[in-house]
Design a protein around this ligand. Structure first.
Ligand code: NAI
Length: 385
C-alpha cells in the first residue's frame, strides 16, 4: 500500500490543535507527513517543520510558497490540512482546491456564508474533497448513537439537548494572551467567537446523530467579560427539518467545566446520552425499562461503531497515546546515546528489564504463597535481595 502524502498549514509549535492532527494522521500509517507551512512566522515555521522531520525544501515559510512548491512536484501532497486561525481558512482552502489538492479544513470553515458557499462550489468544480474537522464525530459511540437513531431504537426523535461549555477563557487577566485574543477579535475570528468555536461542534453533532439538518434558530449571545466584542456564552434554541426541537448551550466562561461536549437525544421510545469526557460509555434509556450502559468495544454494536473502535473494550480511547510515550522515551534514550548527551529525565520513564524481572519474581512468589495458604513470601528477585 502506498502512503498518501499529506501536508499542513498552521499547527505550529505550541499551537492547540496541530499535535492532534499530526498524531491522528500518523496513527494508521496511511499518510506520510511530507510538507508544511506551519507558522505565521516564516522562520519559526521552517525550523519547526524540519524538527518534525520534513525535508528542508518542503518545510515552507508560508502557504503560498507551499502551494507553488507542491504544485510543481510529481510527489506533491494529496491532502492538505488547514489549522490556522479562522479568517485565513477560506483563502487558503480555495487556493489549494483550485490547484487540485484535497483539503481538510478546521472549523469554522470560513467566516462568511458567501465564502462557504463559494468553497462548496469550488470543491465540486475542482472534483476535490473539502472536508471539515468536526472531529468528535469520529468517536465510536457517537457513530453508534447515529446508527441507533437511524434504525429506530429510540423512535422518532423529539428533542436534542447539546452542550459545549468550558471555562478556559474566564480569566480576565488572560484576555491578552495571543492564543485567546484572536478568538474574540472579529478581524481574525469573524462574527462569532464561542458559538463559532465550540457551539457549531455541538450543533453539527446533533445533525450527525439525528440525520436532520437545522432549519430555524433563536439565539441569545452574551459577552460576560467586559471589553470582549464577541460572545463568550450563547444559548441557542433551534428546530430541525424533521421537526425535532433543539436546545444548545455553549460557553467559555463556565469555570470548572473542561471540554464539556455532551449530546442528549430523546425519542418517543428512548433516550441517549454521551459526553466527550467519558467517551467510552453511551447511556441508553429505553422507555419503561432500566438504564443501560453501552461500552465502546463490546460485541455486536453497529458496524459503524465496530470499525471506529481502535482499542479493545475497557481500554480508554486515549490508550495508544500512553504507548506512544513509551516509544518516545525509547527514542530519546537511543538518540541521546547516539548523540553522546544526557537524555531528558522527563522522557526516560519507560519500564526496563529490572521491572520485568520484579514482576516475574512477584508472580512466582504469589504462586508459592497461594499454594501455602497465603503465606508471606519474599517478592524480590534473588539478584535484588
Ligand atoms: P492556535 O492559535 O493555537 O494556533 C494557530 C497556529 O496557526 C499557530 O501555530 C500559528 O503560528 C499558525 N498560523 C497562523 N496564521 C498562519 C498562516 N497564515 N500560515 C501558517 N500558519 C499560521 O490555534 P488553534 O487553537 O490550534 O486553532 C487553529 C484552528 O483550529 C482554528 O480554526 C480553530 O477554530 C480550530 N480548532 C479546531 C478544533 C477541533 O476540535 N476541531 C479544536 C481547536 C481548534
Amino acid at each position: 500500500m502506498t502512503k498518501l502524502n499529506w501536508g499542513m498549514i498552521g499547527g505550529g509549535n505550541g499551537s492547540q490543535i496541530g499535535p492532534a492532527h499530526r498524531i491522528a494522521a500518523g496513527l494508521d500509517g496511511l499518510f506520510s507527513f511530507a510538507a508544511g507551512a506551519l507558522d505565521h512566522d516564516a522562520d519559526a515555521g521552517r525550523a519547526f517543520g524540519r524538527s518534525l522531520g520534513l525535508a528542508a525544501d518542503r518545510s515552507y515559510g508560508d502557504w503560498r510558497e507551499m502551494l507553488a512548491g507542491e504544485a510543481a512536484r510529481a510527489d506533491r501532497v494529496e491532502l492538505v490540512t488547514i489549522a490556522t486561525p479562522n479568517a485565513t481558512h477560506y483563502e487558503i482552502a480555495k487556493a489549494f482546491l483550485q490547484a487540485g489538492f484535497h483539503v481538510l479544513c478546521e472549523k469554522p470553515m470560513t467566516v462568511t456564508v458567501a465564502q462557504a458557499e463559494d468553497l462548496v462550489r469550488t470543491a465540486a468544480q475542482a472534483g476535490r474533497v473539502c472536508a471539515v474537522n468536526y472531529g468528535y464525530t469520529g468517536y465510536a459511540l457517537v457513530r453508534h448513537m447515529r446508527a441507533m437513531v437511524a434504525r429506530g431504537d429510540i423512535g422518532r426523535v423529539r428533542l436534542v439537548v447539546a452542550e459545549f461549555a468550558h471555562g478556559h477563557h474566564a480569566n480576565a487577566a488572560d484576555m491578552d494572551n495571543p492564543r485567546v485574543r484572536w478568538r474574540y477579535d472579529p478581524a481574525q475570528a469573524g462574527v462569532s467567537a464561542q458559538f463559532a468555536d465550540c457551539g457549531i461542534h455541538a450543533m453539527h453533532m446533533a445533525s450527525f446523530v439525528t440525520g436532520q439538518e437545522v432549519a430555524t434558530l433563536s439565539a441569545d449571545f452574551a459577552s460576560c467579560l467586559a471589553g470582549r466584542v464577541l460572545e463568550d456564552d450563547a444559548m441557542v434554541n433551534f428546530r430541525m427539518e424533521g421537526g425535532t426541537v433543539g436546545r444548545l448551550w455553549t460557553s467559555s466562561v463556565a469555570i470548572g467545566r473542561q471540554h464539556g461536549l455532551t449530546l442528549q437525544v430523546f425519542g418517543e421510545t428512548g433516550g441517549l446520552r454521551w459526553s466527550q469526557e467519558q467517551p467510552n460509555q453511551l447511556f441508553y434509556m429505553p422507555l419503561g425499562q432500566r438504564l443501560q450502559v453501552i461500552e465502546r468495544g463490546e460485541g455486536n454494536l453497529s458496524p459503524e461503531a465496530d470499525c471506529a473502535s481502535r482499542v479493545t473494550v475497557g481500554h480508554a480511547e486515549g490508550m495508544p497515546l500512553a504507548f506512544a510515550n513509551i516509544y518516545r522515551d525509547l527514542a530519546e534514550t537511543l538518540n541521546a546515546a547516539r548523540e553522546a548527551r544526557k537524555p531528558d529525565p522527563a522522557k526516560t520513564l519507560f519500564p526496563g528489564a529490572a521491572d520485568g524481572l520484579r514482576s516475574i519474581a512477584a508472580i512466582h512468589a504469589a504462586v508459592v504463597s497461594a499454594q501455602n495458604a497465603g503465606r508471606w513470601e519474599d517478592a524480590r528477585p534473588p539478584m535484588f535481595r
